[in-house]
Ligand binder design. Structure first.
Ligand code: GDP
Length: 325
């Protein structure tokens, strides 16, 4: 693959909202070639002053819960309210193809044809920060291109939910209307991440079931989260029949208004950046250490001694760290 290069990316066009330039810019930051990486960092520096002005919305839920239906119809609703929306889909199940399953545009046919929408799969490749680094950078690019709602979609079964919750302003968890089946295949801890739980498919014969589920989750969330800045909401909707989508929109706008007034909106973003900075330092150090063959060998020897009971873990760790410095 040849280098993509900054020269070919028209920054003015990107800032004016041109989707082709945006797509090219994302390809550049996703590239694993070293020369592209440098260009990508330059590009990010240039667009950084134009980024930040969006609501970053995480959307998760098990396969089949209705994420694509929800994003399609909720996305169109947002567009009707005057917004421009970007959808970034993370697909942990296909690391090599770079997320072709979730990114499949046919899943959101009407939305993908709308010129106020931009849909893009996010690859789960790359060592540095894994999926999170590229997605974070992609969010910045989308914002610079004037997309004021950035939806980051994940499947509610893996680690990526935790990563996504750390990069968005508001995390929506979609649930099936099955009262009783409490966890619904959602990994432990993910429910706690939710700023709002949405019981989807609240329509037709399933409506009473959905109402029961709503009551269950309302009390569950009450016990689970104790966030002084925002009381997690539990709502229901029908993504398919476009019911209650405006209530969800109003809730998110309310969150933005309240948290902007209190300063929490900005504080949360700064805290996320600080955490991310610390995590990256850790990862970069680890990566550098792994490149040092001598050190790696030493680590293997020390681990052996620990496993054989010859050395205590602290003594072994100390010896390793002493060798580094
Ligand atoms: P995803 O795997 O989470 O992206 O789920 P999809 O959006 O592909 O939806 C899975 C199935 O549920 C599809 O057959 C949808 O038509 C259906 N579905 C999605 N939302 C609703 C809804 O609100 N009500 C009903 N009755 N069906 C829905």
């Amino acid at each position: 693959m040849s280098s993509i290069g900054l020269a070919k990316i028209d920054i003015k066009k990107l800032l004016s909202g041109d989707r082709r330039s945006l797509a090219k810019a994302i390809t550049l930051i996703e590239s694993s070639r070293q020369e592209d990486n440098k260009e990508a960092q330059k590009l990010l520096e240039q667009i950084l002053p134009h980024s930040g002005k969006s609501i970053r919305l995480g959307i998760s839920g098990v396969p089949g819960v209705g994420k694509s239906t929800f994003i399609e119809n909720f996305g169109l609703h947002l567009i009707n309210q005057g917004h421009r929306i970007a959808v970034l889909a993370i697909d942990p199940s296909s690391p090599i193809s770079g997320g072709s399953i979730l990114g499949d545009k046919t899943r959101m046919e009407n939305l993908s044809q709308n010129e106020k929408a931009f849909i893009r799969p996010t690859p789960s490749l790359g060592f540095l920060g894994g999926v999170a680094q590229k997605t974070r950078e992609t969010i910045l690019l989308c914002e610079a291109a004037g997309f004021d709602y950035v939806l980051v979609e994940t499947v509610g079964v893996g680690q990526s939910e935790f990563e996504v919750a750390d990069m968005v302003d508001f995390f929506l968890l979609l649930m099936l209307p099955n009262a009783g089946d409490e966890l619904q295949g959602i990994k432990k801890g993910i429910l706690e991440l939710a700023d709002a739980v949405i019981i989807n498919k609240a329509d037709g014969d399933i409506l009473p079931q959905a109402q029961k589920t709503l009551a269950q989750y309302s009390s569950a969330m009450e016990l689970m989260r104790n966030d002084p800045n925002w009381k997690a909401q539990v709502l229901m909707c029908s993504a398919l029949e476009k019911k209650n989508l405006d209530t969800i929109y109003q809730m998110i706008e309310e969150y933005k208004n309240i948290s902007t007034t209190t300063g929490h909106f900005q504080e949360k973003r700064l805290a996320q950046n600080e955490e991310w900075f610390k995590k990256l330092i850790f990862e970069l150090i680890n990566h550098k250490l792994k490149l040092d063959k001598g050190l790696e060998q030493k680590k293997v020897q020390l681990k052996d001694s620990v496993l054989k009971g010859v050395k205590l873990p602290l003594a072994a760790a100390q010896e390793y760290v002493d060798q580094i410095f």
